[in-house]
Design a protein around this ligand. Structure first.
Ligand code: G3H
Ligand code: 13P
Ligand code: ZN
Length: 314
């Protein structure tokens, strides 16, 4: 059942976070739904602009609709990740998405508010909710690349005005993470003081953590042993993710970790069985391994076991 992130966040705030997982193909969709069913968790399926053009947005959306039928007990939101204004309007008009993210964080404060507000007005008119971003993460988002020294944390003092003037429903906050597999090159962790300050100023308002992959070291080791070259890859400590999930961070975005599972499975299958050329061989292993990863991550977020409580609260 497709629901609004608003309902998911209301239930989660302060107790746990909902996993928002990026998907691009059929195998990821099967593993994602299976893993959330195994761990009995509500979740968010998120599609980036790149994912929507990789094959065709209609194909991806149709597969999600099909998964909704295949897994009738699932409760999830469908979200556009890092949209620009054009992609947001396209998703709002389609009527399929329950939530969109407008990422105008590269604009100045007033420009970010103005762009976000245009999207909010169009989305709210159709009952769709909007995530905005204030502050800038390091790494690559869609076609925009931000180096670690250009990245800047969200200023809690700006948050109240931003939310009030833009009308956004949740806020992606820059709290020290970055996108991709090479985080914290300076060695620092999450800035809990920023999370704490925002939660104090806007109690109950959902915060979103981007760049939340933990880049499991065992996964990196196995990839490198099977012929990969991911030296120095590093992610967010899982204890820190659990802590943030109880402090008002209600949506935790994960893409890179799923790509690592895909990379490890395919490298190992082809290394161990050089005669394999049936795509369903690694595909089947990947679905199972991705499902296991999702269930584990939901344990870290605290969303495991919340499914029936959420259903009652709807
Ligand atoms: O934050 C970006 C996400 O990881 C999506 O990545 O634009 O390559 O699909 P993508
Ligand atoms: P990771 O690169 O850490 O998986 O972050 C994904 C993300 O923030 C998607 O919006
Ligand atoms: Zn992101």
């Amino acid at each position: 059942m497709i629901v609004s992130t608003k309902e998911l966040f209301k239930h989660a705030y302060g107790n746990y976070a909902v996993g928002a997982y990026n998907i691009n193909n059929a195998e990821q969709i099967m593993g994602l739904f299976q893993g959330n069913m195994d761990s009995k968790a509500p979740f968010i399926v998120q599609l980036s602009k790149g994912a929507r053009t990789y094959t065709d947005k209609r194909l991806l959306e149709a597969m999600i609709r099909a998964a909704d039928e295949i897994f009738p007990d699932a409760i999830f939101a469908v979200h556009l990740d890092h949209g620009d204004e054009e992609a947001c309007m396209d998703c709002i008009e389609s009527g399929f998405y329950s939530s969109v993210m407008i990422d105008a964080s590269h604009e100045d404060f007033d420009g970010n508010i103005a762009t976000t507000k245009r999207v909010v007005d169009a989305a709210h008119a159709k009952g769709i909710v909007v995530e905005a971003e204030l502050g800038q993460l390091g790494g690559v988002e869609e076609d925009i690349s931000v180096s670690e020294d250009q990245a800047h944390l969200t200023d809690p003092k700006q948050v109240e005005e931003f939310v009030k003037r833009s009308g956004c429903d949740s806020l992606a906050c820059a709290i020290g993470t970055s996108h991709g597999a090479y985080k914290f090159t300076g060695g620092q962790g999450l800035h809990f003081e920023v999370i704490e300050e925002i939660a104090k100023l806007l109690p109950g308002f959902p915060m979103v953590m981007h760049g939340s992959s933990s880049v499991p070291q065992d996964e990196v080791k196995r990839i490198n042993e099977a012929g990969g070259d991911l030296k120095g890859a590093k992610g967010v400590d899982e204890d820190q993710i659990s802590k943030a999930s109880k402090m008002g961070v209600t949506k935790v975005n994960i893409d890179t970790d799923g790509r690592l599972v895909w990379c490890r499975v395919h490298r190992e299958v082809f290394k161990d069985k050089p005669d394999v050329f049936d795509l369903r061989k690694p595909g089947t292993v990947f679905i199972g391994e991705y499902a296991k990863y999702i269930a584990h991550k939901n344990d870290v977020l605290g969303s495991s076991g919340q499914l029936e409580e959420v259903r009652k609260a709807l």
